[in-house]
Design a protein. Structure first.
Length: 95
């Protein structure tokens, strides 16, 4: 079985949507063979999720992560996605 891979990004606010769309467009324009997985929190409306899916992105719901005290939110680099329990970092997703 060949290894599976994907690009992954996290969308927590509607104002980050343009960045996700540009990232996806860039991956498509260079002929990436890997899909873009967009992890979304509960704050992302269903209409936005539907738009991402319609454009060919894989959408996965994740719990909102709150950094522990004294940690900057940019220090968060690990999210677990169910049901396949993939571990995702800033730019990669490993099953």
């Amino acid at each position: 079985m060949s290894p599976r891979a994907a690009y992954a990004t996290l969308l927590t606010k509607p104002n980050y949507l343009p960045g996700v769309l540009v990232l996806h467009h860039s991956l498509v324009s260079v002929g990436s063979r890997y899909p873009l997985v967009v992890m979304v929190t509960h704050t992302v409306r269903q209409e936005v999720r539907d738009l991402l899916t319609k454009r060919g992105m894989l959408v996965r719901s994740v719990d909102h992560l709150k950094p522990s005290e004294g940690t900057r939110s940019t220090d968060l680099s690990l999210v677990q996605v169910s049901p396949k329990r993939a571990s995702c970092g800033d730019s990669e997703c490993v099953p």
